[in-house]
Design a binder for this molecule. Structure first.
Ligand code: SF4
Length: 331
């Protein structure tokens, strides 16, 4: 069974060491259900007052600063730190699922000899075990180092596949879900086998369907005249200078373009703007995960370049926010 270790011993010890009297808790969707239990345990063991964030939380970029400013420590669960933040402690929620059964399946599907290993933070601590297992079967494994946005070797984010930029024949992604392995496949052009420890199965990530979907979104935006260029106000998602560049490019092509700042990008919020299409420079997952909800095309910056005729359709890939600078070019 897959469950997540919230490392409560560490949480309690940090509160005691720092003498924190007020503690904030922030959880992503899947872990929010455990919020009250965690709060009770902290209150009983330390006597601290606990406040829980009820806001959505999608990643380490999504810190509840209002809550942070009301407490001595904010524990942000489920994500690895992207950069150190005052008063914020990231508790990563590691999965305790066994990886070997899924890797046994994945091994049968491999065609190459050199294998890149990647995972989200929930499973990244299992990559050494995965390497040892595959090495026994004659595979050469590489666990790549990501850029400064990435805390652990082999770790990928939905907005950053830099740890997959290694010279290998193909990849094994340890984890569940499709977004990250598809991102790796599109970023590298290599085959990606998903070894899913939650379902105890292996499958090949096939980008065909998502590419068809993205091509349809781009096609709808080809003949439109006005664009809203969305800038996320969450600090580690904000790419204003990229938005400004895209806006200038649009204007050069005699298109109407406006920069719109937004904290939560939802289809409801977007209906308030009378433009024909949007470009999302905030979290790259939004345009893809919520595609069925949006009434107008929402493009990534890379897809917008295709609309403007500056990029070939075959060069489509997922947008990334690379480390060192969250204002980087789209190419
Ligand atoms: S920008 Fe999106 S994908 Fe990247 S860390 Fe934040 S929520 Fe995750």
């Amino acid at each position: 069974m897959n469950s997540f270790d919230l490392d409560m011993e560490r949480v309690i010890s940090i509160i005691e060491k720092r003498g924190a009297q007020r503690v904030g808790l922030q959880f992503p969707g899947g872990l929010k259900l455990r919020g009250l239990t965690v709060a009770n345990e902290i209150q009983e063991k330390t006597g601290a007052v606990v406040y829980i964030s009820g806001n959505p939380c999608y990643g380490a970029c999504d810190v509840d600063y209002a809550l942070r400013d009301c407490v001595d420590i904010l524990f942000h669960f489920g994500h690895a730190e992207i950069e150190p933040l005052e008063k914020v402690v990231f508790i990563e929620a590691r999965s305790n699922a066994e990886v070997i059964p899924a890797l046994e399946q994945a091994l049968k599907m491999l065609k190459g000899n050199s294998i890149g290993l990647v995972a989200t933070v929930q499973h990244v601590h299992k990559l050494n075990e995965a390497r040892d297992f595959l090495t026994k079967y004659g595979k050469r494994c590489v666990i790549g180092k990501g850029d400064s946005r990435i805390k652990y070797d082999g770790q990928v984010l939905g907005c950053n596949f830099s740890a997959a930029r290694v010279n290998v024949d193909e990849f094994i992604y340890v984890g569940s879900g499709d977004f990250h392995p598809l991102g790796v496949a599109l970023a590298t052009g290599k085959r990606v086998i998903v070894a899913d420890p939650t379902l105890n199965e292996a499958r090949e990530a096939n980008p065909e369907q998502i590419l068809r979907q993205r091509h349809a979104v781009i096609a709808k935006a080809l003949d439109v005249n006005s664009f809203g260029i969305l800038v996320g106000t969450k600090k580690l998602q904000m790419r204003l200078s990229l938005a400004e560049k895209l806006c200038q490019k649009a204007k050069k092509k005699h298109l109407d373009a406006h920069i719109i700042f937004m904290n939560e990008i939802t289809s409801g919020q977007l209906t308030q703007f009378r433009v024909d299409a949007f470009v999302d420079t905030a979290c790259p997952r939004i345009a893809i995960d919520d595609v069925a909800l949006f009434k107008k095309p929402v493009l990534s910056p890379i897809e917008f370049e295709i609309v403007l005729g500056e990029r070939d359709w075959s060069k489509i890939k997922f947008d990334e926010i690379l480390g060192g600078c969250n204002e980087e070019k789209t190419t």
